[in-house]
Design a protein around this ligand. Structure first.
Ligand SMILES: Cc1cc2nc3c(=O)[nH]c(=O)nc-3n(C[C@H](O)[C@H](O)[C@H](O)COP(=O)(O)O)c2cc1C
Length: 213
């Protein structure tokens, strides 16, 4: 089984995320490929990213600027795959989600793992622009952002009284996304187990130092 983190990207009181997250969590838990853990950023009040060489200490076992950042990196590292539930704020993801991802910068805990998104908004956009931004962030984290995603426009009326989506294509999209995440997760678990590459940034630095000599 792949370890899947479902990350809740909004923390504000009265968030619409609470309409979406129970459905996503239930469907993911019912998928045979995954051992699911819900990661609610409300439970992770991280400082705004503040790391520098002085806070890191030993790069192989960083100290970090705050113990919560170390715990966060250790938690993130446990997963093989990530499904992010995110609204759209100013055509991107909420700052709290961006900051949570920035805080993984030092440990490479997200590297060579797949990430997909369930996006929602009160309007017609369904967080499509936020999900595109999230994919760009994932590239820098050396992840495998998936093509498939779930877009939920008009989130306030998107679910029935039982908490299921009214549009059958929303259900279908989540099923396809979970299947794709499972495939990529298994593929990358095998690839990581067979031996990983040193991060490109270090190899490029070595090349630059060699060229300067
Ligand atoms: C700061 C902020 C910016 C927003 N920007 C967008 C936006 O760019 N596009 C959009 O469709 N909705 C936007 N919205 C509306 C959100 O889709 C809506 O508030 C949604 O409920 C947010 O999710 P949440 O309640 O789980 O935090 C924005 C809301 C906030 C608070």
């Amino acid at each position: 089984m792949s370890k899947l983190h479902i990350v809740v990207g909004s923390t504000r009181p009265t968030r619409a995320a609470d309409l979406v997250v129970p459905w996503v969590t239930q469907r993911a838990a019912a998928h045979s490929a995954f051992d699911v853990e819900l990661i609610d950023l409300r439970d992770w009040p991280l400082p705004m990213f503040a790391e520098h060489w002085g806070t890191i200490g030993d790069p192989k076992d960083p100290t970090y600027s705050d113990p919560s950042v170390k715990r966060w990196n250790e938690k993130v590292k446990e997963a093989d795959a990530y499904l992010v539930v995110t609204p759209e704020y100013n055509h991107s993801v909420p700052g709290v989600l961006k900051n949570a991802l920035d805080n993984v910068f030092v440990s490479f805990a997200l590297r060579h793992k797949p990430i997909a998104a369930v996006g929602y908004s009160v309007g017609i956009a369904g967080a499509s622009r936020a999900i595109e931004h999230l994919a760009h962030m994932a590239i820098e984290a050396d992840m495998a952002p998936l093509r498939t995603s779930v877009l939920i426009p008009y989130v306030g009326t998107a679910f029935d009284d039982a908490g299921a989506p009214r549009d059958p294509m929303t259900e279908a999209a989540l099923g396809v996304t979970l299947d794709d995440l499972a495939w990529w997760s298994t593929a990358l678990e095998h690839a990581r187990a067979a031996g990983d590459l040193t991060p490109a940034t270090f190899r490029l630095r070595a090349a630059a130092e060699a060229a300067a000599r």
